[in-house]
Design a binder for this molecule. Sequence first.
Ligand code: 48F
Length: 256
Amino acid sequence: MDEVIITKAIAESYMKDLLDSSELDVAIVGAGPSGMVAGYYLAKDKIKVAIFERKLSVGGGMWGGGMMFNRIVVQSEAKGILNELGISARQFEKGYYVADAIEAVSTICSRCISAGAKIFNLLSAEDVMIRENDRITGLVLNWSAVSLANLHVDPLAVRSKLVIDATGHDAEVCRIVSRKTGTGVVVCGEKSMWAEVGEKEIIDNTKQVCPGLLVTGMAANAVFGGPRMGAIFGGMLLSGKKVASLAADLLRKTKP
Ligand code: 48F
């Protein structure tokens, strides 16, 4: 075994994927459930998509289920997505399915990658690229370790036809766009827990917020002031699926 061959294999293979992802159809920020479901459906539709995740692990808030009981609940409306991905779930009461959070995260991630999406962990979106008419045209990325170590190191950028904010409760990309553009994007902040309403509103709140930027998952409710919903995850899955379909439609419309 030659350590230098191992080094070259890792560096060359990673660099090839990173360079290939420097021009994308869709760049997703955040590899939580909504971001990875969106990545799965986009890749399945042959759309060039990459997900940039700040942490070492993907899965966002799904691993820990509710209060560290690693189970999630999914309602009937989203059971079809579990079936399609191959995640087992049993009916607890009529309309309430319970699934293993670890199986859910690992399966969504695996299906997302095998469909053709690239996931880059340990990278944070610290800004967006903005061009004429305040159109969002890509992401400004840096290693998460740079901000953790408080290093003064400039970022690099990727261009993408569309950006999806899947950053969860903080709606980080929308907050940046709200601060730095005149697009009128305002992050209202999420309301207190109300599962029934939160799960309904998240679907309506999943949309394009300004030219080039869409929002999904908990970030959608954070932007438009919808309630949080706790450890029911059907809305996240349905929102990820919906944003993929909206993005695919927008890409088709802008095709020369
Ligand atoms: O928080 P997260 O799981 O978002 P989600 O897909 O799902 C929400 C649920 O997990 C749960 C809930 C259910 O009722 O409310 O909270 O909407 O995943 C968001 C991911 O985005 C990453 C973050 O580390 C997490 O893995 N993230 C956040 N900001 C950035 C980022 C950033 N600036 N750059 C890269 N990744």
